[in-house]
Design a protein around this ligand. Structure first.
Ligand code: GAL
Length: 735
């Protein structure tokens, strides 16, 4: 079975909202989709008020016609459950299911995402519409994928949430003493003597309790996951052969642990909208795609090892029995005595061993479910994408394993809150650059069908930990400038610019598969994760840790005795004091580079200093250290290096670790990513620069069908080489 069901090759299409248009437009839409070679569209994602205009009275006639038309046109459907936008009648009938903000304001309908996932009425109505859709369309031949909800992300602080939060906390802690310990209840008189006294973290007089805030983030993620799983299970029961997913939204406000959710979706699907119009857009694209691939790999591994499906029948996660002694849900007690799961020896240090995908395609399944065709939205402004950029961004996702490129949306709306958002068919209609590029992209994706067999392997990994992110959003830290995503992005950018493709890993991943592991601002570090990191280095791994890692345990309680608490031994350092810097301050370092944002008083307890602070309070103190530990090496970086210096450092450290860049001859500005099978490989070369570039490699360029040696890329141009061991012009014919 192919996932999405019935589709071969790469997926191409996007959100299709026919309910916004008169029926006469629908056949024209299908005709245009055929011209663009669209093969998959998401339908019905915000159509609840049209599908169920009154409670329990459904109107499916229009959707029947749309699905029939699409099917006749050869286009498959990701059928959405419209539960992200309950109809006005629902909110008026069930005001208790409208979300409440931390300050007690109950929101009104009139936008979208106005639901409380803990409200029984909302859950029942969501199940109702999902069941009705499943009954109606279970046998429709266009149905390729279930698309549950849209971008789960609403947080609520109402009384339903208070009840659910308490249940979650009881399951996590068992008793109030343990809760008091985790939340440091003795600080500011916060001992609870009855579970009923606990509330969601609502607006209070002064600083909130960091332990409570962190657990609330964990709870919200699990509660939303419970809502998803409830729909997934009934859809699965109706159509066991149709995969089910939901589209992840990315961003700092997102209350969802995507890595954890990955085990519960059949296909990781992300929406990606870069928030920068310059080169930052390409960097964010690479980061998002590497995260998506890593979540998919993790999800597939958890399913394979039987660790998915930990959501209880009530839809609540973390019910008794699933919480280990350490307090982490669903992971405790499952890691072997050494803390290792699997050995990297199977795959060498060329990346973690990829499990075969469920459907036999290359690598775990993930899909770029939404992106903007012709615009980049930055705060206050919509930037038109330059010609070719939409295709390049789409290829950047496919290069990193996406099973296609999907967009928001098919046809630009005539009204509504997103009237000027981008579309494959813009307001100007098909006689437009945007639509012509959409047609070109359809051709490009068609020509790339064979790459779907290829897996991406990364020799280096960065730790990703959403709990550390949430904890770093606290207002009680030594610097308001510490930003988890900025730290992770800086490390990812530096490794990418050094030519490496990067995986993201979590505690229970196969760390030994990687030559180099980078821990940026991994603030929370449970004991067993720390033990695995020590084991990784002892066994020969190379580690680079940056400041503000290993500081606290999973309850955000600081490890005493010197920072970076859980990593002191492996790093051979002991940090006594932090020196958060003013944003404008630059600290000179002994190797001619500069540090910023952060500095520390680092004492050596076994490590060798490599670079020193030069001048000021920390003059002569170590800034970068190296510690040989077991068979491996552990580096500690106590300040933020500027872009080039961080790239150079990570390039050196990765090289020493034995990690080779994907394409060492690719010039700066050209992104190189490889997908491959045991027999063959494809090299994606994406020229993000404004100059023509030459790359001294050869192979058949699938985009042109011609053999290239060397590859010449115009400014903004791309090539996808089918590499062969004996790449020679005679191969041209098999393009
Ligand atoms: C996405 C969302 C879409 C649409 C789009 C606009 O995050 O899923 O429904 O709002 O943004 O850019």
């Amino acid at each position: 079975m192919r996932w999405p069901k019935g589709l071969t090759g790469l997926c191409y299409g996007g959100d299709y909202n026919p309910e916004q248009w008169p029926a006469e437009v629908w056949p024209a839409d299908v005709e245009l989709m055929r011209r663009a070679r669209v093969n998959l569209v998401t339908v019905g994602v915000f159509a609840w008020s049209r599908l169920e205009p009154q409670p329990g009275r459904y109107d499916f006639d229009w959707l029947d016609r749309v699905l029939d038309l699409l099917y006749d046109g050869g286009i498959r459907v990701a059928l959405a459950t419209p539960t992200a936008s309950p109809p006005p009648w629902f909110s008026l009938r069930h005001p208790d299911a409208l979300p409440v903000t931390a300050d007690g304001t109950r929101l009104s309908h009139g936008s979208r995402d106005t639901y409380c996932a803990s409200a029984p009425a909302y859950r029942a109505a969501a199940r109702g519409i999902a069941e009705a859709l499943a009954d109606r369309y279970r046998d429709h031949p266009s149905l390729a994928l279930w698309h549950v909800h849209n971008e789960y992300g609403t947080t609520c602080h109402c009384e339903h949430v208070a009840v659910a939060f308490r249940a979650w906390l009881r399951a996590r802690y068992g008793d109030l003493d343990r809760l008091a310990e985790a939340w440091t209840g003795s600080f500011w008189s916060q001992h609870y003597s009855d579970w009923e006294q606990i509330r969601p973290p609502r607006t209070t007089r002064y600083l909130g309790n960091p332990g409570q805030l962190l657990d609330f983030r964990r709870f919200v993620s699990d509660e939303l996951l419970g809502a998803y799983v409830e729909q997934r299970d009934l859809l699965r029961a109706a159509t066991p052969d149709v995969p089910v997913t939901t589209n992840y939204v990315l961003g700092g406000w997102v209350p969802v642990d995507h890595a954890r959710w990955a085990a519960e979706v059949d296909l990781v699907a992300i929406d990606h909208y870069p928030a920068e119009a310059g080169p930052g857009a390409e960097e964010q694209t690479a980061l998002a795609a590497d995260l998506a691939r890593s979540w998919a790999r993790r999800g597939e591994r958890l399913r394979r090892t039987g660790r998915a499906g930990q959501v209880g029948a009530t839809g609540h996660i973390g019910l008794a029995g699933q919480v280990g002694a350490t307090g982490h849900i669903g992971l405790a007690g499952r890691v072997g005595a050494t803390g290792h799961i699997g050995r990297g020896g199977q795959g060498g240090r060329g990346g973690a061993v990829e499990p075969a995908s469920v459907d036999g395609s290359g690598g775990p399944a993930w899909l770029l479910m939404e992106s903007a065709p012709n615009l980049i939205l930055t705060p206050g402004r919509m930037h038109a994408k330059e010609p070719g950029r939409m295709i390049r961004h789409s290829l950047a996702h496919v290069a990193r394993g996406s099973r296609g490129a999907m967009f928001f949306q098919w046809r630009a709306s005539r009204g509504g809150a997103e009237v000027f958002h981008s579309a494959l068919v813009p307001h100007a209609g098909p006689d437009s650059r945007a639509f012509r590029e959409a047609v070109s992209l359809g051709g490009v994706l068609d020509r790339l069908a064979e790459v779907d067999a290829g897996t991406v392997r990364a020799p280096v990994a960065i730790a990703w930990d959403v709990a550390s992110w949430w904890a770093l959003q606290s207002t009680v830290l030594p610097s308001g400038q510490l930003d988890y995503l900025a730290e992770v992005s800086a490390a990812h950018r530096a490794l990418s610019r050094a030519g490496h493709t990067v995986d993201f890993v979590a505690e229970d991943d196969d760390l030994l598969g990687y030559a180099l592991l980078v821990l940026p601002a991994l603030y929370l570090l449970p004991d067993r994760y720390a033990a695995r990191i020590h084991d990784y280095v002892a066994a020969g791994g190379h580690l680079l840790v940056s400041y503000f890692s290993g500081i606290a345990d999973e309850d955000a309680r600081v490890r005493t005795g010197g920072y970076p608490g859980a990593l002191r031994e492996v790093l051979g350092v002991r940090v006594e004091e932090f020196h958060p810097l003013d944003p404008a301050t630059r600290l000179p370092l002994s190797d001619g580079t500069t540090g910023r944002l952060w500095a520390e008083t680092v004492r050596l307890t076994g490590a060798t200093p490599s670079v020193f602070y030069a001048g000021g309070l920390l003059d002569g103190e170590p800034a970068l250290t190296r510690h040989d530990y077991g068979d491996g090496v552990a580096w500690y970086l106590s300040t933020r290096l500027d872009g080039d210096a961080y790239r150079d450092l990570l390039a050196r450290v990765a090289e020493a670790a034995g990690a080779a860049p994907t394409c060492p001859t690719a010039p700066a500005g050209v992104e190189a990513v490889r997908r491959g099978t045991a027999e063959r490989s494809w090299l994606f070369l994406l020229n993000h620069s404004a100059e023509a570039q030459t790359v001294p490699v050869c192979g058949v360029d699938l985009l042109t069908g011609d053999y290239a040696d060397p590859v010449r890329l115009p400014a903004g141009g791309c090539a996808v080489l089918r590499e062969t061991a004996d790449a020679d012009p005679g191969r041209r014919s098999d393009a």
